[in-house]
Design a protein around this ligand. Sequence first.
Ligand SMILES: Cc1cc2nc3c(=O)[nH]c(=O)nc-3n(C[C@H](O)[C@H](O)[C@H](O)COP(=O)(O)OP(=O)(O)OC[C@H]3O[C@@H](n4cnc5c(N)ncnc54)[C@H](O)[C@@H]3O)c2cc1C
Length: 461
Amino acid sequence: MTYSASPNCLPSEIDVAIIGGGPGGAATAISLQQQGDKQVAILEKSRQEHFRIGETVPPNIYSVMQQLGAREILEKGEHLPSSGSSSAWGSSQLGYQDFFFSLEGKGWHLNRTLFDASLAEMAAEQGAILRRRVRVVGGNRLADGKWNLALLDEDGSPWELKTSFVVDATGRRSFFASKQGANRVVMDSLLAIAAVFELDNSAVKAGYTLVEAAAWGWWYAARLPNNRAIVTLMSDREQVGEHQFSHWKYWQAYLEQTNYVQEMLAGAIPASQLMVTSAVSQYLDQMTGDGWLAVGDAACTFDPLASAGIYKALRSGIQAAEAIANYFNSDTTALTQYEARTRHQFELYLEDKRHYYALEQRWPNSQFWQRRRFKIALDPSQWLDWEQSPESIRQLQGLKMYLPVRDLHLLCQLCFGGKQAGEVVGKFLAHTQGRFSAYRAIEALEYLLVEQIILRSCTPV
Ligand SMILES: Cc1cc2nc3c(=O)[nH]c(=O)nc-3n(C[C@H](O)[C@H](O)[C@H](O)COP(=O)(O)OP(=O)(O)OC[C@H]3O[C@@H](n4cnc5c(N)ncnc54)[C@H](O)[C@@H]3O)c2cc1C
């Protein structure tokens, strides 16, 4: 394929190319524009006109929107104010958490399409180039240290763009970072199966997000603008397969077993097909490299239970812009500092997630809840061993869960020759200099045992 230089009066070279115009990409662009001295382009593959799942934001969204100078987008759009959340979690009783007491005021149920498009357009108003319907399909490093991005227009016309820096804001697929060799480390196998309904029930507690735990996962329902609601079942890939939850008939039958969600939907009419999408918590084992970084979901993703993905993407964009400015000012630690901060924020999120899931103690036999109610079964005095062989190294390379492969490998090496679990964990924490909690190390050791990469040994070798 022959690539032409960029069309539509675009410069053939810019300072920062942002791949993806979602909240993470737009926030990076706005923050870079506020610094004022870099030519920035957002390259977005869609028209930003399609329906998107993920719409509830708590009041803390105000602080980041304020920092971006974008508060008006919330106030002016057709977004619905949210008064708080209600949940049947840990008990069949419905509890309420009001935003009334929040210093930052109310939350929102966003018109997500409008929100994403407005933020990207705000970046354009401030001077960034916004090119929609253009997909980045590749990128290679040039001899002068710059990048050459390969792009395709919606009609299939190829062109290319030279840039000094690339921001991967492509969401959970982390398109560009993956091409640079970064791997996703996944923490679970959560899937979201959602449908939109037209509501016939104006008495529905306006603006309250509803969460209801169930044996095989949990349900989530929220009002959308225009008297509609989104209803989502969150369950693990394995349970979705076993119970056929991605088929309307089984999804709806399961919905009818809920107490509160089906009550909210009384008289409602389905207004969409089922939409199935990944909702796993994951992070990249490499979030930055020379001349590039990943923001928002491209760097790490949160469980929708947290309703924090949009906030996190905006905050990440602000932090990314700061790191990029420092990088251009020859600060050689700027990108590693950004990465360390992002990793730390992800570790804090994992602790919150663990805490919240542990509050639900019903259904002790459900695999969904067992996985999230992780109890440490490994005795610290248990002897462990790793038999190093080309086969076990090959198996190790194929593992994708809990820790990056290099850290799983380190755990294996620490078991080599027969070591007690407690000693392995202690040495691992010392080697990794506080990057992980003891809990994370034990979780990974148990994973290596299940995968039979390391073995329990009865006696010291
Ligand atoms: C089921 C579910 C429910 C959720 N609910 C909530 C919620 O209630 N509240 C909340 O705060 N968060 C929620 N989230 C999370 C939230 O949607 C994300 O965290 C947020 O969208 C991340 O923003 P982002 O900009 O990083 O990525 P995205 O929003 O995914 O944006 C990525 C953009 O990159 C573009 N792109 C991708 N590849 C290319 C390419 N090669 N070239 C050009 N463009 C490309 C895409 O078109 C897209 O516009 C939910 C997520 C899921 C899965």
